[in-house]
Design a protein around this ligand. Structure first.
Ligand code: FES
Length: 276
C-alpha cells in the first residue's frame, strides 16, 4: 500500500518501455461516475448509522416490542429494561459508547472485510484502481500482503459472528409480533413487515458471503463424495452471484428499519396496525 502521489513519472503505463502516451486514460466514457456514486452511498450510510448509534434515544417501541437493529442486543445500563430482553446490561451508560457496542464493531468489521466492499472502496476511496484501464495515482502497490490489509484474511470469523447476530435480529423480529392491546399479546403492524423484510435480507446477504461459499463446499475437491454440501454450495453460489446487490439492499433496509422505528418511538408517526 502506498500513499497517493503526484510523482507518477516512470511507473506503470508511464514506464520507459511502454508506448509513450501521456494521458492517464484514453477512455471517453464517464468512468468516474460509478466510484462517485459508491462514495456518496457509503458516506450516507456511515453518517446516518454513526449518528443513530450514538443518539441513544427512540430505539424501542414498548407497546409493540419494536427494537431497531442498530440497538440490538441492547446491553448498556442505559437501555430501557424491556429492550434488553434477557441480555445482561453490563456496558456503562456513557455518551461515547453505543448501546449495542457488543455487536456494532463486529458488523462494521464484517462489512469492512467483505470481498464486495473491499473491491468497492479500494476503487472509490483508495483509487486502486479508480476504474479499469485508468492509471493509478499510487507509485507503488503491495496489495493485501502487509499490515494492515493482510487482516482482510480474517473475514470468515466476522462471517461466523454475523451469523450469530442475524439469529439475534431474527429473535427481535419474531418477538415484535406483539401488542399491549390484545388479550393474547399478539399484534401485527407495518413495523413487523419492515423488520421481517430487513432480517430476511440480512440473512440473504450473510449467506451469500464468499466465505460462506468457501466453508460450505467451495474448499471441497470431490463434490461427488459430499452430496449435501454440494447442494448447499450450489444454493450459496446462486445467492453469491448477487452479493453486491444484497450488500446495497441491506444498507437501505437497515436505514429504513431504523428510521421507521425512530419515527414511531418518538411519536412522530403511529404504526399502521393490522392486529392490535
Ligand atoms: S464476502 Fe461479503 S460478506 Fe463475506
Amino acid at each position: 500500500m502506498s500513499a497517493p502521489t503526484s510523482n507518477r513519472q516512470g511507473t506503470g503505463v508511464f514506464s520507459p518501455t511502454r508506448a509513450q502516451i501521456s494521458a492517464r486514460t484514453l477512455r471517453t466514457d464517464r468512468w468516474w461516475q460509478s466510484p462517485l456514486i459508491v462514495d456518496l452511498g457509503f458516506a450516507a450510510f456511515v453518517i446516518y448509522a454513526t449518528v443513530r448509534a450514538f443518539l441513544q434515544n427512540n430505539y424501542y417501541v414498548p407497546a409493540y416490542h419494536y427494537l431497531t437493529p442498530f440497538y440490538s442486543p441492547c446491553v448498556s445500563k442505559g437501555c430501557v429494561p424491556e429492550a434488553s430482553h434477557f441480555w445482561p446490561q453490563f456496558l456503562p451508560d456513557v455518551w461515547w459508547l453505543p448501546y449495542a457496542a457488543l455487536s456494532l464493531p463486529f458488523l462494521l468489521l464484517f462489512r469492512l472485510t467483505c470481498y464486495y466492499y473491499r473491491g468497492a472502496y479500494y476503487r472509490s476511496v483508495w483509487q486502486s484502481p479508480t476504474a479499469c484501464a485508468v492509471a493509478e495515482p499510487h507509485a507503488t502497490y503491495t496489495g493485501e500482503t502487509r499490515l494492515p490489509l493482510i487482516i482482510q484474511n480474517t473475514h470468515r470469523y466476522f462471517f461466523y459472528i454475523a451469523g450469530i447476530i442475524s439469529v439475534i435480529n431474527t429473535y427481535d423480529a419474531i418477538i415484535a409480533f406483539h401488542s399491549d392491546k390484545t388479550a393474547s399479546g399478539f399484534g401485527f403492524g407495518l413495523g413487523n413487515i419492515i423488520l421481517l423484510v430487513n432480517v430476511i435480507m440480512l440473512w440473504v446477504y450473510t449467506l451469500s458471503c464468499h466465505s460462506c461459499r468457501h466453508v460450505t463446499g467451495g474448499r471441497l475437491k470431490h463434490f461427488s463424495k459430499h452430496p449435501v454440501r454440494y447442494w448447499i454450495w450450489t444454493q450459496v453460489s446462486r445467492l453469491n452471484t448477487r452479493h453486491k446487490l444484497y450488500a446495497w439492499i441491506t444498507l437501505g433496509t437497515l436505514m429504513l428499519t431504523d428510521f421507521y422505528i425512530m419515527l414511531v418511538a418518538s411519536g412522530t408517526i403511529s404504526d399502521l396496525r393490522f392486529v392490535g
